[in-house]
Design a protein around this ligand. Structure first.
Ligand code: PLP
Length: 424
């Protein structure tokens, strides 16, 4: 019998919202029953500070095996030779890397937040911009793609200790080899934050960052389709690029440093129930079923970008290589804020997003970001995408018209309401 009816009623309400809507937030997904079961398991009762085999608490024999499985599966998935699966989130994973590799005041070079980067890549409102000295590269105004010339020029001029690549709202693949060249030239370490495209990378559909970048972080809940959380990975030994005392230049010592940065550096006890759920998700991601899912995500996104373009929308960079796209709504006379607020009335969820060289504030914005990872988990295929884009267009072209919005809401429910949350 449920005793806390207040909370469980709300959970049921949220479940219905998820079932009946079209979820296009690029950073969200629907996890499998087994991932949820692992998260809701007795493992939440266990304290396990430390690492498998080296804990500060008794009774960790079982969770040691759980965590080791998560590490091994993650390494297999990405061809990594070292991994830490304890970060509670993507931001925590990045914080641990900064703590391990940098001293306060060190220069870092990241992708501009207003061009699609993440807060933890040097934003002044985040620890990364408060404790370190951030410099930024962005996208080229004409192409909408990362301006590697500016990245290289800034790296040569500022000699940052760390170059960060990866983004929250960037639809193109990355030239990791080119970034490695300039990093070697200036003696910088590269952090690739693959939070968004991780699943596509794992499925071999995008360039492999672990081959070129020293340290790779990711969230586990976006395209990877696991529980909310973070991970850190490495593949190769690399020379200590800037003479840090603790690193004798090999992966093992770097790994020990990163482990110590996670715990006791920035976290206490690991969430072993979440780590178990990560292991389940990594196991799922190793299957052909998941690879096919990722291919469908990519296909759905490509068709979606084309459908928006056909209806006169501007997609930054003119298309997508991954699961997401950034839509500049200025040509349609709608702000990102109005688009987000109106679409939600029709049970279509997106998020407002700054577009490169935006003229609106971050609270208003000129764009929205959309992604196909979540709808694809619910079984949406490319032949259904034109209909979804048509529904979005109807809302955006009628943001004051309640009856059109209600009609769209009914169609959204008809399209999604009978599908289970997770289809695979
Ligand atoms: N890095 C990137 C590129 C992200 O897009 C995000 C989340 O959106 C994060 C890190 C932070 O992840 P979390 O919200 O789990 O802290």
């Amino acid at each position: 019998m449920v005793r806390d009816t207040e909370i469980f009623k709300l959970i049921e309400e949220e479940k219905q919202r998820q079932i009946n809507g079209i979820e296009l937030i690029a950073s969200e997904n629907f996890v499998s029953e087994e991932v949820m079961q692992a998260m809701g398991s007795v493992l939440t009762n266990k304290y396990a500070e430390g690492l498998p085999g080296k804990r500060y608490y008794g009774g960790c024999e079982v969770v040691d095996k759980v965590e080791q499985l998560a590490i091994d599966r993650l390494c297999q998935l990405f061809g990594a030779t070292w991994a830490n699966v304890q970060p509670h989130s993507g931001a925590q994973a990045n914080a641990a890397v900064f703590l391990a590799c940098l001293q306060p005041g060190d220069k870092i070079l990241g992708f501009d937040l207003s061009h699609g980067g993440h807060l933890t890549h040097g934003s002044p409102v985040n620890f990364s911009g408060k404790l370190y000295q951030p410099f930024f590269y962005g996208v080229n105004k004409e192409t909408g793609r990362v301006d590697y010339d500016v990245l290289e020029e800034t790296a040569r001029r500022e000699q940052p200790k760390m170059i960060i690549c990866g983004a929250s709202a960037y639809s193109r693949d990355w030239d990791y080899a080119r970034i490695r060249k300039v990093a070697d030239e200036v003696g910088a370490i590269i952090l690739a934050d693959i939070s968004h495209p991780a699943g596509l990378i794992a499925a071999g559909l995008l360039e492999d960052p672990l081959e070129h970048c020293h340290i790779v972080t990711s969230t586990t809940h976006k395209t990877l389709r696991g529980p909310r959380g973070g991970v850190i990975m490495m593949r190769h030994n690399f020379d200590n690029p800037f003479g840090l005392k603790w690193n004798n230049g090999n992966l093992k010592s770097m790994g020990a440093l990163l482990d110590a940065a996670v715990f006791p550096g920035i976290q206490g006890g690991p969430l072993e129930h979440v780590i178990a759920a990560k292991a389940v998700a990594f196991g799922e991601a190793l299957t052909d079923n998941y690879k096919n899912y990722m291919k469908q995500v990519q296909k759905n996104a490509a068709v979606m970008a084309d459908e928006f373009i056909k209806r006169g929308y501007t997609i930054i960079s003119g298309g997508t290589d991954n699961h997401s796209m950034l839509i500049d709504l200025r040509s349609k006379g709608v702000t990102g804020k109005d688009a987000e607020n109106t679409l939600v009335k029709a049970d279509i969820t997106v998020n407002k997003n700054m577009v490169p060289f935006d003229t609106e504030s971050p609270f208003v914005t000129s764009g929205i970001r959309v992604g196909t990872a979540a709808i694809t988990s619910r079984g949406v295929v490319e032949t259904e995408i034109p209909q979804i884009v048509e529904l979005i267009d109807q809302v955006l072209m009628n943001i004051e018209n309640e009856s059109v919005i209600n009609e769209v809401k009914t169609k959204v429910k008809a399209l999604m309401g009978s599908r289970p949350l997770f289809q695979f």
